[in-house]
Design a protein around this ligand. Structure first.
Ligand SMILES: CC(C)(COP(=O)(O)OP(=O)(O)OC[C@H]1O[C@@H](n2cnc3c(N)ncnc32)[C@H](O)[C@@H]1OP(=O)(O)O)[C@@H](O)C(=O)NCCC(=O)NCCS
Length: 191
């Protein structure tokens, strides 16, 4: 298991990282508070393989029952003061999921960053590769994703955008847009 924190933070938080690594290896991150800059709720799992990293910035809140999985040369990068609500799942496989600073994910959000390829009907889907055209997720700074919203592979959400509860985001969302529904459509923009 690899677990990465940006190099620039290493000096100031070295000892905390050691504690964090220890807790993470137990795989049931039953930690109330690591220190002032990061909060990990109960039963939250951060898991990677040796080729992947989860980058935590300062003052992040990751609440209860959250799963962050990065595998097969993947990165999950959380900016400063990112908030992640209960039961949210973020998965990255062979790609990058990036969440900008001050962005909030409400409860039960799902960031799904990879599709199976399935175009060849004569081959089992699980034997086909991943879809390399629609891959990865980028969410800007100061966004708010409502409860139960789902973001599909290849999507970029611009800075300041708001995604309604239970929206399914299949296409890019421009900066400061408010998008709702399945598939998510822009209904207005923030002033
Ligand atoms: C997206 C959202 C922020 C918009 O709020 P708003 O600007 O006050 O929007 P309005 O209530 O004026 O709704 C505008 C239109 O969008 C529709 N709409 C609003 N939210 C919607 C949603 N989540 N899904 C589908 N349609 C939605 C409304 O029905 C309305 O449609 P109409 O014009 O046909 O009547 C809000 O509706 C929402 O989904 N909030 C998420 C709440 C949440 O998840 N909280 C978690 C706690 S952190």
């Amino acid at each position: 298991m690899a677990y990465c924190v940006k190099k620039s933070q290493m000096n100031s938080i070295k000892s905390r990282i050691k504690i964090l690594l220890l807790k993470l290896r137990l795989f049931h991150v039953n930690v109330k508070r690591l220190d002032a800059w990061t909060y990990l709720g109960q039963y939250t799992i951060l898991k990677t393989d040796k080729t992947s990293c989860i980058y935590l910035n300062e003052h992040i809140s990751i609440n209860n029952y959250v799963s962050l999985f990065a595998e097969d040369h993947a990165d999950i990068i959380l900016g400063k003061r990112v908030y992640i609500g209960d039961y949210t799942t973020i998965r990255a496989s062979r790609t990058k999921v990036e969440i900008g600073s001050n962005t909030m994910l409400a409860q039960g959000v799902q960031l799904i960053s990879t599709n199976h390829a399935f175009s060849n009907r004569h081959q089992l889907i699980h034997e086909q590769d991943i879809d390399t055209l629609k891959i990865g997720i980028k969410i800007g700074n100061d966004c708010w994703l409502g409860a139960g919203s789902i973001v599909l592979p290849g999507v970029t959400i611009g800075d300041g955008a708001v995604i309604g509860a239970h929206a399914v985001v299949t296409k890019n969302i421009p900066e400061y847009a408010i998008a709702v529904g399945n598939p998510a459509k822009v209904i207005k923009f923030r002033n």
